[in-house]
Design a binder for this molecule. Structure first.
Ligand SMILES: *[C@@H]1O[C@H](CO)[C@@H](O)[C@H](O)[C@H]1NC(C)=O
Ligand SMILES: *[C@@H]1O[C@H](CO)[C@@H](O)[C@H](O)[C@H]1NC(C)=O
Length: 494
């Protein structure tokens, strides 16, 4: 009986939202720090007509067991096939308290932008596939965000031809989500470890001419600069923090983990979640879970699907294990400062986001973004199965594959995923601290009654800006269309 009296605040998988430069749990209002790994077994050939990293429930159970053991709260997947079903794998991840950041592109033909000649690949067929990915994954609450692109700008030619296309794509995706998705999901970009383009491109993706939909919601930085024994200063992490200290959106490592010195000690983990970094970086994702030819793996997949843990798995786990609690006082203060900056800017500007400059270093944006080819698709939506959580029995939370430690012995005594959230009844079962993220700091901690202007919860977010006439018109016409269709369907039923 008592159970009915418990507060229901933990009742479901909480979507993550963006407030200023922080990820925030939309229900508890706690800041969310990404602690995760990149996950693409098989590399770019891991996606095909029949298979992708989130399509095989038995393999998902095997790997989620290890995610939970590692103590992570997020994975990034680089490509999926939207024609496959991902309900079981997404339900397993959600049950284990793990979020997904998903790239919308794939190596399959027509499913990615060509970085040198983006105009040949930016077309309706391409956008339709992107929107299918969005349509399907928007319905899983543990989809944290989408990457519109990964390392598209990485040399002179791509920096000349592609920036305006990436900018256009981000706007298309954000508008698709606004008109078609059940909730607002952050859309970001993941940048190559190249100082020539990384900073200027982040500024370009952040800026707006007329609408907040033009601005990226978060920026992923791929960084391999902490190799072997380093410090916050010797690694150059201090410079990174400086570079992004005025960025208006969350920034995190979308890939990290230099492998010039092996086995990797992962000492950068301690720096990443320390007060040196947490007001600018929202955590990061270690590259990468499975061993592939480029030698960044934490585990090795055998031909038969069994898994062997590598030394890197154990050393990453031991770094996570000794990670101290995030310094919440520190985060609370930086969130407050950020809120104040936003409020101050909104007193004199329509939007808190920076306006676009005429030029950005090393990028060619002179032609401006191409005309969007997405309007039809946005207005009508795309057809694909919408993701949904499904009930899981205990068998689905174990795996038939063997999991072996570095010596080849069985790693788990009882290989079973712990249910952190009952996704069907919506009850939170246990609050596994390390796999839900970092807790203990909420917006209410940020409200300081002696100082009204720093009340974080009351600041106006861009997303709450009034719609433009064009947007209102678009929404109204879409609404009417759907209404007519519903009425027509009703009549044809009778
Ligand atoms: C998903 O999140 C929404 C709030 O945005 C909530 O109302 C809903 O119950 C959640 N669904 C699940 C299955 O967790
Ligand atoms: C955070 O919360 C957990 C339980 O919710 C508690 O055990 C822990 O001591 C708290 N940590 C801090 C730093 O307040």
């Amino acid at each position: 009986m008592l159970a009915y009296l418990l507060p229901v605040i933990w009742a479901y998988v909480h979507p993550i939202t963006v407030h200023g430069r922080y990820f925030v749990d939309s229900v508890t209002k706690e800041p969310f720090y990404i602690k995760g790994v990149d996950y693409q077994p098989g590399g770019s050939s891991g996606v095909s007509e029949s298979k992708d990293p989130l399509s095989d429930p038995n393999e998902c159970a095997r790997d989620v067991l290890l995610f939970q053991d590692l103590g992570i709260n997020t994975i990034r997947v680089y490509s999926i096939n939207a024609d496959l079903n991902h309900d079981v794998c997404m339900s397993i991840l959600a049950t284990a308290g793990i979020y997904l950041v998903l790239d919308v592109n794939s190596p399959l033909p027509g499913h990615h932008l060509n970085r040198y000649e983006p105009w040949v690949s930016y077309n309706e067929e391409y956008l339709e596939n992107v929107f299918k990915v969005i349509e399907q994954f928007s319905y899983y609450n543990n989809t944290l965000g989408f990457f519109a692109g990964n390392e598209i700008i990485n040399d002179k030619t791509s920096a000349k031809n592609s920036p305006v296309y990436v900018k256009a794509l981000i706007k298309d995706i954000k508008q698709y989500i606004e008109y078609n998705s059940p909730r607002s999901i952050p859309v970001g970009y993941s940048a190559a470890d190249d100082l020539q383009y990384r900073i200027s491109f982040s500024d370009y993706l952040e800026c707006i001419d007329t609408s907040p939909a033009e601005s990226v919601d978060f920026y992923g930085v791929n960084s391999y600069q902490w190799c072997g024994e380093q410090t916050f200063y010797s690694s150059g992490y201090n410079v990174l923090v400086d570079d992004y200290s005025t960025y208006s959106k969350p920034v995190f490592f979308s890939e990290y983990g230099c492998n010039e010195v092996v086995p990797r000690a992962f000492e950068e983990v301690q720096a990443l979640y320390s007060t040196d970094m947490i007001d600018v970086f929202s955590g990061g994702l270690v590259y990468e879970f499975t061993q592939e030819p480029n030698n960044y793996g934490l585990v090795k997949l055998e031909e038969n699907g069994d898994v062997k843990l590598l030394k890197d798995f154990m050393s990453l786990k031991s770094q996570y294990d000794i990670l101290p609690e995030i310094n919440y006082r520190h985060v609370a203060n930086s969130m407050k400062k950020n809120a104040k900056q936003i409020q101050t800017r909104l007193k004199t500007h329509k939007f808190s986001l920076p306006e676009c400059e005429p030029t950005y270093n090393n990028l060619d944006i002179s032609k401006g973004p191409p005309k969007s080819l997405a309007e039809n698709l946005i207005e009508n939506g795309v057809k694909t199965s919408r993701g949904k959580f499904v009930p899981l029995d205990n068998d689905q939370l174990t795996s038939t594959y063997k999991i072996l430690d570095v010596n080849g012995d069985a790693y788990f005594a009882d290989p079973k995923i712990e249910r952190v959230i009952d996704i069907m009844s919506g009850k939170e079962i246990t609050r596994v601290h390390h796999s839900r993220g970092f807790h203990n700091c909420t917006y209410s901690d940020l409200e300081d009654s002696s100082d009204e202007s720093s009340d974080y919860s009351s600041f106006t977010d861009e997303s709450e800006e009034p719609d433009s006439i064009h947007t209102l018109y678009f929404k109204a016409s879409k609404f009417l269309r759907h209404l007519y269709k519903a009425i027509a369907d009703k009549f044809s039923e009778n």
